[in-house]
Design a protein around this ligand. Structure first.
Ligand code: ADP
Ligand code: MG
Length: 620
């Protein structure tokens, strides 16, 4: 493992160049204005930076040669006008123009990432390694791209300014220019080393930062506010935080020592020895009368400036291997091929749905094409061998039927739904719609035929109407939304809302927003399946947060609304499922038995046992 990590850190110059150039081309394509202006800025400011020294040498020359004051004043005047103009343009560029184009780049890069994330296998989110890289790509891509282009602009600037000044120094004393080159080479090595340290540090810190963010989130989000106050989780979290902080401090100490040795001792000693060495040398030449005071003053000033330009140049150029490592992760993410690929056939109107010998494992090695972690996945593969969430399930559902799936927690009910929705594909066996493997259908079209509400539904920080439409809302949808909310039992609450369906849900962005109760939120989620003309409706424990009356009403609403629709209803409360045409009883990932309520009761199997147990509880 260690070896392979080291191998990943070592990159050939070609690889570094290739990775960075790819990003440069990408930025040039996405935001040509940003790219061109940055290059232009680099060149122009290169000359502006060098201009100061050129003016000074000219001024000293004029003084040395005993030119009249008026001539010197003209040089100073030119210098002032030049800088006034240059700073004006600079302020406009950096404070007005650059932030605008940067935003544009940010938006375009993120759009691409979000599109990619949208098409990702849900399985990717189960894989912490993948998730880490994903978060990293999201966090960093835009700033990193801007940084790369910024660095290139600055590199051009340093080259233009540096070589102009270097040429000036060369004409004064070529030996000094040789010393500067040696200095630059040494600095390249120092920086190369610093970048390695910094990348390793970042890698070590990343999971620690994630943990810190997680704890932060727990304290600032509303989700945990109640439980945090009435449980002992606070103490546990504080322990975790202390532990995490200790690790961060240890990490900072470990790398801080390395940085100090490198910069504080090696670099600063080296830099000063060279600078003062050159100064003493030039001074001896001045005493010898080989150079004039003007040339001495200007050149020592320039040495300082060139040294700074060189070190900055080197610092920036040695950032490119680091950029390259990041970019490989980024491209790895963008090139990741989802397993859940869309088919090419149009999804027809629903007639039948059939599961044929379906088995399924949650297998994190589901990402073999994600090269970066290939080694880790082979290890995990062995661990997860043999844990089936569903085993050899076969069932068939016809248009218009209402079926129920029942079973204890962890029986595999939700997993079954995920397979039907193609959030995952079966490990073995197939899911067929109208006799055709659902993998053959266009994914969006196929999913678009199915309306589903999950146990862990989510409410968006958006208007109630947008939440019900589960997307964009226009005034033409008003009746639909209101009817759907009425059907899901939200009607009473709706009439109490001042802004009706325009009410913003959650208070995340709106002080006047509404926070719904668990049951109310569930009703909004249920309304979603009523708001669009789905062929098949799937409800995964939709009444878990509802009170018995609301549950009864919901069942009636489903019966009314979905009289001619096909419905899969999941529940572990058997009283709500007894009216179904067929009931499928699951236990430990296998289909135990199925039939109507009466048939299953008469059979006296697992279903009858579970039903009796629940009935007993209700009687008490
Ligand atoms: N994302 C996941 N990764 C790994 N295992 C999972 C995941 N989701 C569910 N499981 C496991 O699959 C089994 C079935 O889960 P699920 O279908 O959610 O059960 P049910 O809905 O019947 O309560 C459980 O053992 C659960 O731990
Ligand atoms: Mg479930």
């Amino acid at each position: 493992m260690k070896n392979s990590n080291k191998k990943k850190l070592r990159q050939s110059p070609f690889r570094i160049l290739k990775n960075n150039l790819r990003m440069v081309f990408k930025v040039a394509r996405l935001t040509p204005d940003y790219f061109i202006s940055m290059i232009f800025e680099g060149i122009v400011w290169g000359f502006i930076n060098a201009a100061y020294s050129v003016f000074t040498v000219k001024l000293f020359d004029a003084l040395d040669m005993g030119k009249p004051f008026s001539e010197c004043a003209v040089i100073i005047g030119c210098m002032a006008a030049f800088y006034l103009f240059a700073y004006g343009v600079d302020a406009w560029y950096w404070h007005y123009y650059n932030p605008l184009v940067k935003q544009k780049l940010h938006l375009r890069l993120h759009r691409e990432l979000f599109e990619k994330a949208h098409g990702l296998d849900v399985a990717c989110y189960d894989d912490p390694e993948f998730y880490n890289d994903f978060v990293w790509a999201m966090d960093e891509s835009a700033t990193r791209a801007a940084e790369i282009i910024g660095d290139i602009g600055k590199l051009i600037n340093r080259i233009v300014a540096g070589s102009t000044l270097f040429a000036l120094i060369f004409t004064i004393d070529y030996k000094v220019s040789v010393v500067l080159i040696v200095n630059a080479v040494l600095y390249i090595f120092i920086n190369q080393f610093a970048n390695k340290i910094s990348f390793e540090q970042e890698k070590e810190m990343k999971p620690l930062y994630r943990k810190r963010n997680y704890i932060n989130r727990i304290y600032h989000l509303q989700d945990h506010a109640k439980e945090l106050r009435i449980s002992h989780a606070h103490d546990l979290l504080m322990d975790e935080m202390d532990d995490n902080t200790d690790k961060m401090v240890a990490c900072a100490r470990k790398y801080g020592k390395k940085y100090f040795l490198l910069y504080g001792i090696f670099n600063s000693v080296l830099g000063n020895v060279i600078y003062f060495g050159v100064m003493i040398y030039m001074f001896t030449r001045l005493v010898d009368g080989a150079v004039l005071v003007g040339a001495f003053t200007a050149s020592t000033g320039m040495i300082w400036q060139v040294r700074w330009l060189l070190s900055d140049f080197v610092e920036r150029i040695t950032k490119f291997p680091k950029h390259s490592l990041f970019l490989e992760k980024y491209y790895g993410f963008l090139n990741f091929e989802s397993r859940t690929v869309s088919g090419s056939e149009s999804a027809p109107a629903f007639e039948t749905l059939e599961l044929k010998n379906v088995s399924f494992k949650y297998d994190f090695s589901a990402n073999p094409r994600y090269e970066y972690h290939a080694a880790d996945h082979t290890e995990k593969k062995n661990e997860s061998e043999g844990t089936y969430a569903l085993k050899n399930v076969s069932m068939k559902l016809n248009k218009g039927e209402k079926i129920a799936i029942v079973g204890y927690n962890g029986a595999g009910k939700t997993t079954l739904i995920k397979l039907i929705l193609r959030l995952y594909d079966p490990t073995e066996g197939e899911v067929l719609m109208n006799g055709v493997d659902v993998k053959d259908f266009k994914l969006e079209e196929y999913r678009g035929r199915i309306g589903s509400v999950f146990q862990d539904f989510k409410i968006y920080a958006a208007s109630l109407a947008e939440n019900v439409m589960n997307g964009r809302y226009t005034d033409a949808d008003r009746i639909t939304v209101e009817k759907a909310l009425e059907a899901s039992g939200f009607g009473e609450k709706l009439s109490a809302l001042e802004n009706g369906i325009s009410t913003t849900l959650t208070r995340e962005f709106d002080d006047k927003g509404t926070n719904l109760s668990g049951g109310e939120a569930q009703k909004v989620a249920i309304a979603r399946v009523f708001a669009r003309p789905y062929d098949l409706i799937i409800m995964d424990e939709p009444s878990s947060a509802l009170d018995p009356i609301a549950e009864y009403e919901l069942n009636r609403a489903i019966a009314d609304y979905a009289a001619d629709k096909t419905v899969i209803f999941i529940s572990h409360r058997l009283s709500t499922t007894r009216m179904a045409d067929r009931i499928y009883m699951f236990a430990n990932g296998t289909l135990e038995e199925f039939g109507s309520h009466e048939e299953l009761m008469a059979k006296g199997g697992k279903y009858a046992e579970m039903f009796e147990m629940q009935a007993e509880k209700y009687r008490i």
